[in-house]
Every structure is written in structure tokens, then in C-alpha cells.
Design a protein around this ligand. Sequence first.
Ligand code: COA
Length: 345
Amino acid sequence: MTDQSRAGSSGSLGSIGVEIAGTAMHLPSTKLTNHDLEQMMDTSDEWIIKRTGIHTRRRADIAGGETTSVLASEAMRKALENAKIDPKDLDLLLVATMTCDSPTPSIGCIVAREIGCRDIGAMDINAACSGFLYTICMADAMIRSGQYKTVGVIGADTVTRHIDYSNFGRGAAILFGDGAGAMVLRATDDPSIGMISHEMHADGHGAKHLFIPSCEIDFPEEAEFDERKLDKVQMNGQAVFKFAVTKFQEVIQETLTDSGLTADDIDHFVCHQANSRILDSARERFGIPEEKLLVNIQKYGNTVGASIPIVFDELMSEGKLKKGQKVMFLAFGAGLTWGSSLWQL
Ligand code: COA
């Protein structure tokens, strides 16, 4: 959907733009390498690298205090410092997560308390690995509406607590890692800065391919109930792989068509890191050079909602992002969900 066709946009971008004022990431300290996994299950470093591109990932020590809210608060604190913005100047906090510390309060509320915000809106958004992408689409719209000026957006997950590190769970165990990434978005008076176009998709018919069951009723019809699966990630790897390769390519084309651009016009593709082979398929299909699509999955694995802001923060820290550049954010994940968000910096 382009801005011109978005409800409430009155056929123009209006007078407000959205700049990315600061970014940061925060990772748990413990590394879990492929060699560590070899000690826990029947797998090999070679198998994992060949199938996924992953060498290592981080695992949060929840009992030791590395909860989702702690990772999220640290990421936001650093992003505000980098943006040179006082936490008291934030007027909204949106957190993409599917691994809240507990059902309530939200991570948003805890982060607001921990970083010293006063009386602001705060909430969580759950769209699994597409969560951060959904969140920046919403934040852009809320800032352009004129009702919010400075919005903190975070992607934070500690999904490894839902992983079975035995042979039984090895399909998913190799993929996931924990982490948090954050951005501070701020209103500017140049409406050409910010989101140009976006696509948000979901298809609950595919929910059965990637889910975490809490009780027997959460098991899809075709899956047999097994107590060992409760509270652990259940994934049909091949079905998710096929979905991701197809939708990833479709949504890039959809976004380029809607915005009247070609792949060559995009300076950076900031992609959810799920599997290096999925990213390669998109690069090959659109002729995207390596330097325009940063792959960091080898270091962090799939960090769910955190993967996109972590990639963006790495690009920022390496000085690769320049004013005027076009950046296409792309994600897919459980739900099933997928989408894009095209920005001009
Ligand atoms: N280590 C070693 N062998 C493993 C293994 C592991 N961790 N997991 C599965 N295997 C074995 C299987 O038992 C199977 O053995 P068999 O041929 O003797 O039956 C073989 O490897 C192939 O299994 P398969 O499931 O077909 O592997 P795959 O090529 O599909 O790769 C994934 C598995 C998970 C890496 C791949 O399907 C994938 O990346 N899917 C997408 C997942 C994803 O992106 N999820 C997140 C979305 S946000």
C-alpha cells in the first residue's frame, strides 16, 4: 500500500516526516555456538552452517535476570543516548515481542518505568518475526498524524526459553537466538523523510506451521498432542522455508511496483534474518549486490522481533546509512505474517 492510497493520508504525505534519530542493540552475554549444540543433540557445525548460515547465537540467562524487558530497556536506553534525546521527551513506546516476561504487564510498561519515562503511552505488538516491521509502520503513521512527536520502537525477544535443546527439538533449536534492538523515531518538518510505502500481511491458515502450544487445544488438527512439545517452538521447517522464499520475493516486487521503483533504486534491504539461503534466493531473484543486503545471521541466529533493528543498528554503527538513501525493511514469520516497509532516510 503506498502512502497515497493509505486511509487518512488525504492523497498526500502531509507536512510531517519521520526521522530515525538513534538506534542501538543489546544482546545477552552467553554465546551458544554450533559446537555447544553438538554436545546437546545429534547435530554438527557443518550441517547447521550449510542449511542456515548460522555459526553462533546468544542465549539469555532468564533466571540470572536477562529477561526480555531487561534486554529491551538496555537497547532503548542506548538508542536514546545515541539520539541525544532525554527519555522524558518520549511520548510513546511500542515494543515488538512474542516473549513477554509474563502475560501482563507489557514489556512497554516495564521499559517506560526502567528508563525513566513519565506518563506516556506504552504497549506491545505481537506479530512474531514480522513484529518490528509492523511496529515501525504503525509508529510512522502515528507520528505523521501529528499526535505523537517522539516514539521509541523496540524489537526484543528471548525465544530460546521456548526451545527444546534435545534431539527431539533439534529442528528449531539450531535456528534461534535472543536479543533486542531499538530505534528512536522523531517528527521532522520534511515530509519526504520516513516511510514511503508499506505492506502488512497475515494468513492464519499457516499458523500450524510455526507455533508454541500452551495446552492440548493449541495443537492443530493434523498434529498429535505430545506433552514434550508444550511451551516449545514447533516448526514445519520445509513448509516455513517454502513460504518464506515465496512471500519474500512477492513482497519485494509488490513494494517496488507500488512505489514505482526498481531494486536498483534501493540502497539497503534490511531483512529479517531467518536463514541465509532464504536471503540468497531474494538476492539472486532481484540481482541485489551483497553490500546492499547485510547478513549477520552467522553471529546471532534468528532473533525474532529483534533481528531487523539489530541489522539496522549494525549498518548505522558502520556508517553505511546516509541521508536521502532508500531502505526497504522486510520480514516474515509465525502467524503466518509477512510484510515490508520502505523508508527514505
Ligand atoms: N542437525 C542435523 N540433522 C538434522 C537436524 C539438525 N539440527 N534437524 C533435522 N535434521 C535431519 C532430519 O532428521 C533429516 O534427516 P533424514 O534425511 O535422515 O530424514 C534431514 O536432516 C533433513 O531434514 P529437513 O527438515 O528436511 O531439513 P531442511 O533442509 O528442511 O533444513 C531447516 C531444516 C530448519 C534448516 C530448514 O527447513 C529451514 O531453515 N526452514 C525455515 C525455518 C525458518 O526460517 N523459521 C523461522 C521463520 S521466521
